[in-house]
Unconditional design. Structure first.
Length: 196
């Protein structure tokens, strides 16, 4: 992550960034615009906060205390993202399809960070259920497609370079891995204490 951040701070875009962005935008249609705007909306800070709060309340009502706390850790993602953006200082591309274009810095994509942490954590929770295997597969696959769709939408809409999204996926992945590690450590310790 440190190397990618340093490179993003040193270069306004990476080789292939502009070509990939233009390639996505060459597919433009009214229907695709709507789909991409909808996917992008899912990663908006306000929507993300509401989704995280709703999941946290659901977990709390299900008396899953540690998972509730772990869900709340997703709430640190915007702070980490804002700090990284300030440290890197990379401007956004000038290819936004719709106005007003975001005025904040570009790297990493906050939408991508949120997508990986929230929908990835939701996939983790689904993997822990006793649902039928095929149901888990469908739900986890759908959550994975949402993660990819949110990142793709940011490039398609011209508000991030693909490398911004890659950085967001990586930062979100590190945060998600930490949350899952802490959750598993706690749950495994609890199981051992109960069986002792």
């Amino acid at each position: 992550m440190a190397v990618l951040s340093w490179l993003a701070a040193s270069f306004g875009k990476f080789p292939g960034d502009e070509e990939a962005l233009r390639g996505f935008q060459s597919l433009r249609s009214g229907a695709l615009d709507d789909v991409m705007r909808g996917l992008s909306w899912l990663g908006h800070v306000g929507v993300g906060t509401a989704l995280t709060a709703a999941l946290g309340v659901g977990l709390l009502m299900a008396k899953r205390g540690w998972e509730t706390l772990a869900c709340l850790m997703i709430g640190i993602a915007p702070g980490i993202n804002a700090l990284m953006k300030e440290m890197v200082g990379r401007p956004r591309p000038e290819f936004a399809l719709f106005q007003p274009a975001p005025s904040s810095l570009a790297f990493p994509s906050g939408h991508a960070v949120f997508a990986v942490t929230f929908f990835g954590f939701a996939a983790f929770l689904v993997s822990q259920t006793d649902w039928k295997r095929w149901v888990k597969g469908v739900v986890i696959g759908t959550l994975g497609l949402i993660i990819l769709g949110i990142g793709t939408s940011r490039v398609y809409l011209g508000v991030h370079w693909p490398s911004d999204v890659a950085g967001g996926y990586l930062a979100g992945g590190v945060l998600l891995a930490s949350i899952i590690y802490l959750t598993n450590t706690y749950l495994n310790r609890n199981k051992k204490q109960r069986s002792a």
